[in-house]
Design a binder for this molecule. Sequence first.
Ligand SMILES: C[S@@+](CC[C@H](N)C(=O)[O-])C[C@H]1O[C@@H](n2cnc3c(N)ncnc32)[C@H](O)[C@@H]1O
Length: 316
Amino acid sequence: MYPAITPLQAGLQWWAVAGRQGVAELWQVQVETAADGADGEVEETLYWYLSELGLPHVERQILAGRLVLRGYLSGETPEGVMERWREHIRERLTQKAEIGWYAVERRDWQAAWREQWRPIFVGERLVIWPVWLPDPPGDRLVIPLDPGMAFGTGEHATTRLCLRALESVPDLGTFADVGCGSGVLTVAALKLGAGRGWAVDTDDLAVVSTRKNLEISGLEERVTVARGSTEQLSGPLDGVVSNILAEVIANLAPEFRRLVHPGGWGIFSGLLLTQAPRVVEALAGQGFALSETLSEGDWACLVGRFSADRPRSAGS
Ligand SMILES: C[S@@+](CC[C@H](N)C(=O)[O-])C[C@H]1O[C@@H](n2cnc3c(N)ncnc32)[C@H](O)[C@@H]1O
């Protein structure tokens, strides 16, 4: 569990580990808000703010009816930078959320995380299995995972939705996982029958984590992992899966079209049901024909195929 914490500074909650004031391996930024389904928009906004503030590794939990999001900064982050971020969040954060800062020890954080994380059964055929647990049951395709600090444990609905969608594609073939995080979707696609994959993420820690998880499954020979985004990839591929954010998916729509051959599949999530229409519109402009929208709570996942007679923009 986390070490005991004591307030270091009044006002906007600023805390430190007891006996270690000012010394931390990691700073934890925690944002808390109501967890009722109506607040999906707040959650999306908070993810966005946290990633804009340089905190891409956001952990999500529901505790006593409250949604808790936590991001981590290096303990070596200078005080001045921390102060600026604190002000930035204070200015921009919705009234509906509370924020706290904590000093944590990396070892304790990882131990706490491991204690909490349980196997996650997804769809008809998959189970995400923490690597440190004893052998998993034999009746499902196992995704053994050590997520490190990357997103993609299966705790978030969008990951589960993408996994369900991958299960439903009969001919996965060659694919790209854009925004691979822990590599959970890449490992799943291969276990579900895909032949070869390309996994990219703008975050170094995600690249490390994906490589590690591929090695755990002995699949590293079948995937090229790179830091970056679609500019690292060339087609034609049989499909693409991307679980990022509504805006990012919409902006990358022309890139998805470039990568996937006509008739190929697409699975897109990281968006709320309310955001689905404009993301579908952006994708449809690139010849994407939606066949199904999967949902869990407020979250959506778009499943479909790029049509053979897709439009071409000028010059392409
Ligand atoms: C929500 S996580 C998804 C992780 C995993 N694929 C899953 O489904 O659980 C989104 C990931 O996309 C990465 N990312 C954000 N913007 C990106 C971009 N433009 N291109 C590639 N990756 C991006 C983030 O670093 C993060 O690891």
